[in-house]
Design a protein around this ligand. Structure first.
Ligand code: FMN
Length: 201
């Protein structure tokens, strides 16, 4: 089948985010200028540069108690910092609980029973037990076409890796099984990585 998004797909559910898969999940922690902590998963997330290391995530739609966006983007607009926490399979239920559309003054760490610690380089919380966390300073927020579509770019200024994830100097994903987002309500657990050598020039 073929469809033009402007005309609709005619299917029971939108296939778009099932086509762009698997997606990593950036579990974004922020601290509001009022000192309240926030945590939410974003699967429109990726790394986008090596030197200096940079990441991005995209926020779509808005909350009634925020000015045209969600808590994460609103906090980052104010404070210009955020932390990306990597989600392991074992944290799937806590990650999901932290995605609830809660009032802006609710701390999702407390709501979902997630341990937090302060970041090292920035004034921001991070998930204490995450396999890895990236402390980021805002580079740019880009507004995209449509209502409340924002892409946030950040420079990674601090990297945490949990001790058990490092095996012989390699950040070994088999130690924790990253969670990835598929379409609809589906997820995948990364369990069977394999290697390919790049072709020689
Ligand atoms: C696995 C997962 C991935 C999500 N990815 C996104 C995303 O990429 N962009 C987005 O706007 N919302 C995404 N959401 C929904 C947000 O997590 C949800 O709207 C959350 O309440 C936003 O929290 P905040 O207002 O504290 O930022 C996702 C939810 C889940 C469970």
């Amino acid at each position: 089948m073929f469809y033009e998004p402007k005309d609709g797909h005619g299917l029971p559910h939108n296939p778009f985010n099932a086509i762009v898969t698997p997606r990593p999940i950036g579990w974004i922690s922020t601290r509001g200028s009022d000192g309240r902590d926030n945590l939410a998963p974003y699967s429109f997330f990726n790394a986008c540069a090596y030197e200096p290391p940079q990441v991005m995530f995209a926020s779509t739609s808005s909350k009634d108690d925020r000015d045209g966006t969600k808590d994460s983007v609103a906090n980052i607009r104010d404070t210009r910092v955020f932390c990306v926490n990597i989600v392991e399979f074992a944290m799937r239920d806590m990650m999901n609980a932290s995605s609830a559309a809660l009032a802006r003054d609710v701390d999702e760490f407390a709501h979902a029973g997630i341990n937090k610690v302060d970041a090292q380089m920035i004034d921001c919380p991070r998930v204490a037990d995450a396999p890895a966390s990236l402390e980021c300073r805002l580079v740019q927020i880009v507004q995209l076409p449509g209502a409340a579509n924002f892409t946030v770019f950040g420079e990674v200024v601090g990297v945490h890796m949990r001790d058990d994830t490092l095996v012989n100097g390699i950040f070994d994903v088999t130690t924790f099984s990253p969670l990835s987002r598929l379409g609809y309500r589906d997820y995948a657990k990364v369990e069977h990585p394999f290697s390919l050598s790049r072709p020689k020039e």
